[in-house]
Design a binder for this molecule. Sequence first.
Ligand code: MD3
Ligand code: FE
Length: 222
Amino acid sequence: MNENNMLCDLGAPRGLPAGVAWHPGHLAPARQAAVLAEVLRCLAEAPLVRPVMPGDGKPFSVRMSSCGPLGWVSDRSGYRYQERHPGTGRPWPAIPPLLLTLWDTLTGYPAPPEACLINHYDAAARMGLHQDRDEAALDAPVLSISLGDTAVFRVGGTARRDPTRSIRLASGDAVLLAGPARLAFHGIDRVLGGSSRLLAGTPLGGGRLNLTLRRVSLPYVK
Ligand code: MD3
Ligand code: FE
């Protein structure tokens, strides 16, 4: 029984799938503002882009960027992690220190995250039910931090047909997806526009930011 397994069990009392550990209000308002300031500096260097679906080129409703040695991109040729921003051609900015600390505190994973995806949702944005499996390190948890407007997050099992549960992710909430939840189907059904003022006075003009910290490569193979 390691620290991750103990955290996994925190989901069960709330009726969430095994391996989902939800920490409502983990970041107090002052820390939300501090993390936001760090993320806005990343976005000034690595602007949000609207990805398109592989194949048909249909645009996502979410805009995305990343920080860390690797960032996740989607274009007509496919989904992948890559070392450079697709628009600027420059390396992604470093993962900010407050986010590295959150990873260490909440995951206890013995290697640092390599990618922090930065998703921005306006009131009309959604993310369909999907699995995240572009990472070789499927043993590593994924850590999600929400800032700004509340979102209705849906999470199910490892098969698309499995029953799902939905929870409202509010500003400052952290969710750790580990063990069996690492390959759970999940998505964002909707965002409650104007439910938070946190992003209102920033260049984003409101909405919701979700940060997902991920390990991509296997530590012993890299
Ligand atoms: C469950 N993001 O970026 S965060 C994504 O709120 C993504 O922006 C959503 O799904 C968002 O891929 C949901 C919660 C989350 C993130 C990653 C997961 C749940 C996950 C990876 C595996 C299982
Ligand atoms: Fe996902």
